[in-house]
Design a protein. Structure first.
Length: 424
């Protein structure tokens, strides 16, 4: 459902990509799907927004091969019509981050990105550029804006070095959200020696703060930082601590930065040995009542859902499919447009790393304490999922419209990716 005028309310973005020879997904239950372009999205960063005129945008890397694409750009796709788009057009590609520059060799490109939109319809984006063709330093963390009125990118600003290069879809190495005044707050991964850590900064008054080492409890590596604002302006960080590459050793950790700038000590969600790899989250959302919600793959590669209403993380409302845990990749939280929650995933994969058929979601209706059935949303035999959902605590246009992304593999070239969006 799409209201006549925009509302300001919590939001999460969603992007999706698709390739020329992909089998198009068939929507179910009134979901409108549309092909975006070649590329991929993920669950920890936000990569989809709506402007105040009700146009949907996807902001994501256009890489199409796992560990094989050497020139991925960060593209902004705009939907062709307000409400539910049927196609997308790239905005200002020649000035896109990662667009080849004269005299700079094309080595690993944009690996990960996150975006949000402010109250003036300006999209804020951050990314890690493995090839350094934006400002010339490989493995660095950048920020730029795209004005949706003009459709043009502004100049990029380098925030920090990361010592983190390469091209792996799913690294999920950055996160960005805007506070109630439209100031960007960001987290990103940095390699310190052989260990991955998470840093934080904000841009208040037009100046970036000094980077702050935010993960106080990491014991191995800090992967996939994600973030969410609470209604009172507190900021929540979540990430997975583990070896990586599908190691069975992960711990999901969270930490609050209060609106006063004071940090609490980290908390750990009591699920041991979760999978730590590119097909995990976490995915994070805070509802208007201040309750924190998180989902990720557990130690069986099953969907885990936990919430914190002020007394610590609680796991007594797990979703199930016919009484059993549902196995998937990258479960993603998103709003259901009516005050409740969705958890998105694909069908049970063949093995830990296999694709799953079709796209599904659980729904927890507002006020309920249990999840509904595992419900079909899109039919496609080669969904890799990694849904990005449209949500943010502030500057959330059209909150009763539900948007999400998903991406597919192109047969027979298994590692060619294509993004789609779903709207209902």
């Amino acid at each position: 459902m799409t209201p006549a005028a925009p509302s300001k309310f919590p939001s999460k973005y969603l992007p999706i990509f698709s390739l020329a020879f992909a089998v198009l997904g068939c929507p179910a239950f009134g979901t409108n799907t549309a092909p975006v372009g070649a590329g991929y999205t993920d669950v920890s960063p936000h990569q989809i927004v709506r402007d105040s005129n009700n146009y949907l945008y996807v902001v994501a890397p256009n890489g199409t091969k796992f560990k094989g694409n050497t020139a991925a750009q960060l593209l902004v796709w705009k939907g062709n019509q307000n409400g539910a788009p049927t196609s997308y057009t790239v905005q200002d590609q020649i000035h896109s981050p990662g667009f080849p520059k004269t005299g700079i060799s094309i080595t690993p490109g944009i690996t990960t990105s996150a975006s949000a939109i402010d109250g003036s319809d300006v999209i804020h984006s951050v990314w890690i550029d493995g090839q350094g063709n934006t400002l010339g330093t490989p493995g660095s963390f950048y920020y730029a804006q795209l004005n949706t009125v003009t459709g043009k990118w502004g100049a990029a600003t380098k925030i920090a070095n990361t010592n983190w290069t390469g091209y792996v879809p799913g690294d999920e190495g950055v996160a960005l959200e805007l506070d109630s005044l439209g100031n960007p707050h960001v987290f990103w991964t940095v390699k310190i020696g052989t260990q991955l850590r998470v840093y934080y900064a904000n841009r208040i008054g037009g100046t970036w703060s000094t980077p702050f080492l935010a993960d106080d409890a990491t014991t191995v590596n800090a992967w996939h930082p994600t973030m969410a604002f609470a209604p009172n302006g507190d900021l929540l960080l979540a990430y997975i601590d583990g070896v990586g590459n599908y190691s069975h050793d992960g711990t999901v950790r969270t930490r609050v930065r209060h609106s006063t700038g004071i940090w609490d000590a980290s908390l750990s969600i009591p699920v041991s040995q979760v999978y730590t790899g590119i097909d995990n989250g976490p995915s994070l959302l805070i509802t208007p009542d201040g309750i924190q919600h998180i989902t990720f793959c557990g130690n069986l590669n099953d969907i885990e859902y936990w919430y914190n209403s002020g007394a610590g993380w609680t796991g007594d409302q797990q979703p199930h499919n016919n009484g059993q845990p549902q196995i998937t990749h990258d479960p993603a939280l998103g709003p259901d447009g009516a005050g409740g929650l969705y958890i998105y995933g694909h069908g049970t994969p063949a093995g830990v790393r296999g694709n799953g058929a079709n796209k599904y979601r659980f729904q927890k209706v507002a006020g309920e304490t249990s999840w509904g059935p595992w419900t079909l949303v899109v039919t496609n035999s080669m969904i890799d999922d990694s849904t990005s959902t449209r949500w943010s605590q502030f500057h959330f246009n059209y909150p009763t419209t539900v948007d999400f992304t998903y991406w597919t593999h192109v047969v027979p070239n298994f590692h060619n990716f294509m993004i789609f969006t779903g709207t209902n």
